[in-house]
Design a protein around this ligand. Structure first.
Ligand code: AGP
Length: 609
């Protein structure tokens, strides 16, 4: 993972870079560093630990200069330490890198035989040695970087400084994200947009195997093969304030509370209650194309996978197309049978998750139509897809995904409705009713979010538990999985999500008086059966916390702890029931004092396999 940042212009850059790195810290945070062109040479400062350590190191030893690069690391090769932190400086060449060099052992052996001496355990240092080796015989730094990358296999987004060419930065990418930011007499580059949004909203995304030479006035972009690339800048509509905490203690809490707006924005302009339909350009399929689909396959990882599981129910019930969901990493690991009449949907908040990206490439090679659901404009997954349906959740900074999950649900619901209407499996009347209710979802979410304090109180009482069980049936099963994932990600408490029907097949053995059992049980067709699960858990001493629709029957008599949600059509319940689970995970973690926005061992965007 890791985050990289570059600045070139007239301002002193070390604090601009540090500030931008803080906005990328979600990508990795075990060490960090900055390299700046001083008057005569490149100076580097690195520190193990979070950026606060680098900040302190810079305060003690300021770096002066207006051209620089920075890095925040998530260790892949070599433990987190100052020597393994980037930038790596070799013979006046400083390099930062996000990605993994697959043939690093072979390259390192070769370089060592030629006399190179390595000071770190990283694969990145190889790049610095390769460029230093190429530079004397090359016509420019850009040519030296290009020549070095010829032998490199793997993923990289890199930025390179050379004391020989102090007025430029060379960047290049393959499989790891990199965006250029165009300022007024200054240029930026970064792994992600929020890093540079304070300074500019005009950006250019680099594509695979592209290289750029940046100076203060702009960038020359070429392919690694030397072809010119002419690409117009895009204007990003996210505001810098969206990337700030806005008075909340953590980004995650802010993002939980932003969900009504995220869903509203994702639906905006895409639905018509009057016609009972959703916008036709949504998935780029005309009526014939939509009718021709024989199967929908949803590919995703983590939280996006849970959204895809919900999407499968909707696609099958509303559009009556067989639908399958697969973990992207597993899909690509086998030889899946792909049919040209398949619609393959890649669900990815970041649009950069390597497993999802690679799985979609497999599907595309099988001539299937590929559709992306992503929150990041022009990221790798939408770029390689035949169509893209963007969620408009705004930047999500907390490592634990929340608002992008519900925005993904909204997008998946639209796809199911779109297909249902085109395939005549959804009547205009039913579609109108569903759309009317869908538009009421943000208001219902606001009602649930008012219960923040109630959930915090529950969380306080259970924060000491060692394990949690989450149960749900039907549409609530993926929500149980998501509740368990949220809790383990940020509180480090072991949690399992199970389908209620599976409880008797094993997990019931875990239940005793120490086991909180969170049951997602809105008033739907599975209600009576999940009520049975609650009774079984209670009979074994389990402490039940139930997410229920207000005024649900039989609940009061059980004397269990409840968090109520407003009544809504059962199809839409996942958009509502997940909110108390996100709040529960958040408050448990907050009481435990864990690092909510940057939980240990995780990174926001998983660009390594
Ligand atoms: C969610 O809280 C996670 N941190 C993680 O599971 C995430 O959903 C997963 O890595 C997929 O990311 P993507 O949506 O950006 O592809």
């Amino acid at each position: 993972m890791c985050g990289i940042v570059c600045y070139i212009g007239e301002a002193q850059c070390s604090h601009i870079i540090l500030d931008a790195l803080k906005r990328l810290e979600y990508r990795g945070y075990d060490s960090a560093g900055i390299a700046v062109h001083g008057t005569e040479s490149i100076s580097v400062i690195r520190a193990e630990g979070k950026l606060a350590k680098l900040d302190a190191a810079l305060a003690a030893n300021p770096l002066l200069g207006t051209v620089g690069i920075g890095h925040t690391r998530w260790a892949t090769h070599g433990k987190p330490s100052e020597t393994n932190a980037h930038p790596h400086l070799v013979d006046g060449i400083a390099v930062v890198h996000n990605g993994i060099l697959e043939n690093h052992l072979e390259l390192k052996r070769q370089l060592e035989q030629e006399g190179a001496q390595f000071s770190s355990e990283t694969d990145t240092e190889i790049l610095a040695h390769l460029i230093a080796r190429e530079l004397p015989g090359a016509s420019s730094l850009m040519a030296a970087v290009r020549a070095s990358l010829k032998d490199v296999q793997g993923s990289y987004a890199i930025a390179v400084l050379s004391s020989a060419e102090p007025d430029r930065i060379i960047v290049a990418k393959n499989a790891s994200p990199l965006v250029l930011g165009l300022g007024d007499g200054e240029m930026f580059a970064a792994s992600d947009i929020p890093a540079i949004l304070q300074h500019t909203n005009r950006v250019i995304f680099l594509d695979e195997r592209e290289i750029a030479c940046i100076d203060a006035q702009g960038a020359v972009i070429e392919t690694l093969d030397g072809d010119e690339v002419a690409r117009e800048p895009r204007t990003i509509t996210w505001s810098p304030v969206q990337a700030e905490k806005g008075g909340f203690k953590h980004f995650m809490l802010k993002e939980i509370h932003e969900q009504p707006r995220a869903v509203e924005d994702t639906l905006r302009g895409r639905v018509s209650v009057e016609t009972g339909d959703v916008a036709s350009e949504l998935i780029g399929l005309d009526d014939i194309g939509a009718r021709r689909i024989r199967r929908v396959v949803l590919l995703a990882c983590g939280t996006s996978y849970h959204a895809a599981l919900v999407g499968r129910y909707w696609i099958e019930s509303l559009a009556q197309v067989p639908a399958e969901v697969e973990l992207a990493s597993e899909y690509r690991a086998r030889r899946p049978l792909v049919d040209p009449n398949d619609l393959i949907v890649g669900v990815s908040q970041s649009g950069e998750t390597i497993d999802t990206l690679e799985a979609l490439k497999v599907a595309k090679a099988g001539a299937a139509r590929v559709l992306a659901i992503s929150n990041v404009l022009d990221s790798a997954i939408p770029r390689m897809s035949d169509g893209a349906l963007y969620t408009h959740a705004g930047p999500e900074i907390g490592v634990a995904s929340t608002k992008c999950f519900t925005a993904q649900l909204a997008a998946l619901f639209l796809i199911a409705m779109y297909l249902g209407r085109r395939r005549d499996t959804l009547s205009p009347d039913k579609a109108r009713d569903l759309l009317e209710s869908l538009l009421e979802v943000p208001a219902m979410m606001r009602e649930v979010l008012k219960k923040d304090e109630v959930v915090a109180d529950t969380a306080r009482r259970y924060a000491g538990a060692r394990d949690f069980l989450f149960l749900g049936r039907s549409l609530s099963f993926p929500i149980a999985l998501e509740g368990a994932l949220k809790l383990k990600e940020i509180s480090y408490i072991h949690a399992e999500g199970y389908a209620g029907g599976e409880m008797k097949h094993g997990p019931i053995a875990l239940i005793d008086e120490n086991m909180p059992v969170v049951v997602v049980m809105p008033n739907d067709t599975s209600f009576d059966r999940i009520l049975g699960n609650v009774q079984e858990a209670l009979a074994r001493g389990g402490k039940v916390i139930a997410i229920v629709t207000e005024n649900s029957p039989h609940i009061d008599a059980l004397g269990i702890e409840t968090i109520e949600i407003p009544a809504c059509p059962e199809e839409l319940a996942p958009l509502i029931t997940v909110l108390p689970l996100q709040l529960l995970a958040y408050h448990v973690a907050d009481f435990k004092g864990t690092d909510v926005d940057q939980p240990r061992n995780l990174a926001k965007t998983v660009t390594v396999e």
